[in-house]
Design a protein around this ligand. Structure first.
Ligand code: ADP
Ligand code: MG
Length: 227
């Protein structure tokens, strides 16, 4: 079976009034199912751009991307959003929860782009995931009634709802204290044990050191790969 992610000489350029910004340069990469990969590098080195590319939120300027065996270069926006909804789960530093909705409804929202799931399937899955991330007692709470770590758990449950093979996390522990960061890290590590791939952008060397593999970016290039 092909790798889950295959980037072949991918570049991303943002044309700007002051000149082109080369956010990624000639990146080739292959990531297998079940791998836990960290991405590190200074601010501005291209980490978020790489996640956006992998998550089909932006397209490469050059090069080819295969996700789950499929070339995703020439798909319509509609096809891309369908793939994104089913195959990719996102976790962001600032959680991106809907403030007016309960924990349960925030998690259920991720079913919007998944075909063939009825309401009761969605509710059952959401309940299971909320239980799994340890938030059953908070299921009817709103985000502003939760701690940062709890909000990030909701975001992880939401990212898993569609059972995507790929989870992309952009500095998910950036707003959390050390102990809470470790708990979130362990939750992400647990996800890979069921064969899902997790790509974690982090500033924290202590976390990157604990993943199976670290990709280091500098000025948009992969400069180092450590297993
Ligand atoms: N939407 C955008 N438009 C123009 N330039 C961008 C955009 N997003 C990122 N960049 C630029 O691309 C480079 C890489 O940014 P980014 O991927 O956000 O890096 P990181 O996440 O490692 O801090 C930076 O120089 C940044 O200013
Ligand atoms: Mg970033």
């Amino acid at each position: 079976m092909a790798a889950l992610i295959e980037l072949d000489r991918v570049s991303k350029v943002y044309p700007m009034p002051g000149g082109d910004v080369h956010a990624l340069r000639d990146v080739s990469l292959s990531v297998e199912r079940g791998e836990f990969v960290s991405v590190v590098g200074a601010s501005g080195s291209g980490k978020t751009t790489m996640l956006y590319l992998l998550g089909l939120l932006t397209d490469p300027t050059q090069g080819a991307y295969r996700l789950n065996g499929r070339a995703v270069g020439r798909l319509s926006d509609r096809e891309l959003s369908a793939i994104r909804g089913c195959e990719v789960g996102f976790v962001f530093q600032s959680y991106h929860l809907v403030p007016q909705l309960s924990v349960l409804d925030n998690v259920r929202l991720a079913a919007r782009y998944v075909d063939g799931l009825n309401r009761s399937d969605v509710k059952r899955r959401a309940n299971e995931l909320i239980e799994r991330v340890g938030l059953a007692p908070r299921i009817h709470h709103r985000p502003n009634e939760l701690s940062g770590g709890e909000m990030q758990r909701v975001a992880i449950a939401r990212a898993l709802l569609a059972r995507p093979p790929l989870i992309l996390a952009d500095e998910p522990t950036g707003n959390l204290d050390e102990q809470t960061s470790l708990q979130i890290f362990d939750l992400l590590a647990g996800i890979t044990e069921e064969g899902r791939t997790v790509i974690l952008v982090t500033h924290e060397a202590s976390l990157a050191d604990r993943t199976q593999r670290t990709i280091r970016l500098r000025d948009g290039r992969v400069v180092d790969e450590a297993a």
